[in-house]
Design a binder for this molecule. Structure first.
Ligand code: FRU
Length: 475
């Protein structure tokens, strides 16, 4: 199927006027209308942060992929731009799949996967995924340059190129599936047009997945981080509960050498909805990551409202000496703050208290004294659909959602972090919650669908002590 940008724009103009916005985000990026998945081509170019995304403008379901496009001066206030890529074919006739962006001189270059079937699309034997290039001078209109890297012989799944520059050379990692083994392959180029194979950077061992999607490879301090989204890892206890995971391996690498792994695969976010994260460098040197705040095959109730899918907040990445990645919301989020409301509570015993009548776009900050709180459960609750609480018997911090009307019920959790205090920074938007634990030690992100927006604090079966608590209303 061949689809054009002008048709997509016409449909989006009509459909964006008809959205029901009850769950549409105030300060997270979502498509104007229709479907969105992975972040693509995150880049700083010409004074703007650009974000592209996997996009199906014609419906709220996944379909032939386009690249949606928005830009921002501050990573918070986004301006929608025309669709950047449509599956105009022939090399991407069935979809412009995920990829990345780099600045090459005075041009912005998009490197993405052309997805196409040769013959009957119901058979994977007919699937081909090739890497393609498109460039732009103005950062808005893109010229398609066609295929730059063919599918390796014998492969079908070969996608999601992430490109970066090392000295005078361009490098690219691509996710691949070789029978039932996920891989990341490495390529090198002098000009972005001609690419040379550099071997396998990493591959799945011991049940680590049949396909590795959306690889990203970058330096943080003096370490190299391989971030990717493996498919096919089995859940184990509290770990790997989502259909697919996103995480990272830390190691050491330099051009021409092997990637020496120093850590096992670790999940990056512990909520229900986090996938296909991509990183980029801000001009001030921060490594920032944005994920898709949804999960494949999980219900998206906003589809009835004319849109589907959203991004997480942009988060700054930090690496600890023990090879652990921490994520904190970028400081620009503070520019959204309006009034601060301090909650007049310091202890709670066997009760709940309303602390906000309308928690729609808010940053909640709470510090619990965990050494003195012996309640069996204590935390916050948004209406009766979402709770974020400490379970003192299980010794876990739990994010729970309970929306049986939307077929969305269940918990995600992390072990209680050690220490006498627990600090939580919780970002609510109309249909999302992102929890940053102890300034980035852990993060949990989930979609939520509140009917009422009353926020309560509670402590059951015992007392709980609050050291600090309150909320910023966000603009
Ligand atoms: C990840 C992914 C990518 C692919 C894209 C298609 O969520 O499956 O591997 O390029 O989505 O929309």
């Amino acid at each position: 199927m061949t689809l054009h940008i002008a048709d997509a724009e016409q449909v989006l103009t009509e459909k964006s006027d008809q959205l029901n916005t009850r769950w549409y985000p105030y300060y997270h990026l979502a498509a104007r209308a229709g479907w969105m998945n992975d972040p693509n081509g995150l880049v700083w170019f010409d004074g703007w942060f650009h974000a592209f995304y996997q996009h199906h403008p014609y419906s709220t379901e996944w379909g032939p992929m386009h690249w949606g496009h928005a830009r921002s001066r501050d990573l918070m206030r986004w301006e929608h731009l025309p669709v950047a890529l449509a599956p105009e074919g022939p090399e991407d006739k069935d979809g412009c799949f995920s990829g990345s962006a780099v600045v090459n001189g005075n041009e912005l270059a998009l490197i993405y996967t052309g997805h196409k079937f040769h013959g009957d699309p119901s058979s994977e034997d007919n699937l081909y995924q090739v890497q393609c290039l498109a460039t732009s001078r103005d950062g808005v209109n893109f010229t398609r340059k066609g295929q730059i890297l063919d599918t390796p012989t014998g492969l079908h799944h070969f996608r999601d190129p992430k490109v970066w520059k090392e000295g005078e050379m361009w490098y690219m990692v691509v996710g691949a599936r070789v029978e039932d083994t996920g891989q990341v392959r490495l390529y090198r180029s002098e000009d972005l047009h001609h690419w040379h194979e550099q071997g396998i950077l990493a591959e799945a061992q011991h049940g680590m997945g049949y396909m590795w999607e959306c690889p990203d490879f970058f330096t943080l301090d003096d370490k190299q981080v391989l971030m990717f989204s493996p498919q096919g890892i089995a859940a184990e206890g509290y770990a790997n509960r989502n259909l697919f995971q996103s995480g990272y391996i830390v190691g050491r690498w330099q051009p021409g050498e092997k990637f020496i792994q120093e850590s096992k695969f670790q999940e990056l976010d512990h909520g229900h909805d986090f996938y296909a994260p991509q990183s980029f460098l801000a001009p001030d040197g921060r490594r920032i990551v944005i994920g898709w705040m949804d999960m494949w095959e999980s219900p998206l109730p906003e589809q009835q409202d004319g849109w589907a899918g959203m991004f997480t907040l942009p988060r700054e990445l930090v690496i600890t000496p023990n090879n652990h990645l921490q994520m904190r919301p970028v400081h620009e989020v503070e520019s959204l703050r309006e009034e601060w409301y301090s909650w007049p509570v310091s202890t709670l015993k066997n009760k709940q208290l309303c602390v906000m009548h309308n928690c729609e776009a808010a940053e909640v900050i709470i510090t619990w004294d965990t050494s003195l709180s012996e309640a069996e459960q204590y935390g916050i609750a948004l209406d009766d659909g979402m709770r974020l609480y400490i379970d003192n018997q299980a010794k876990r911090l739990i994010l729970e959602r309970n929306y049986p009307q939307h077929n969305l019920c269940g918990q995600r959790s992390i072990p209680m972090p050690p220490g006498d205090e627990l600090n939580l920074r919780v970002f609510f938007d109309r249909s999302s919650v992102e929890v940053f634990v102890n300034d980035g030690e852990a993060c949990l992100s989930s979609r939520i669908y509140p009917q009422q927006r009353q926020l309560n604090v509670f402590a059951w079966s015992g007392n709980a002590i609050l050291k600090e608590c309150g909320a910023w209303n966000l603009r």
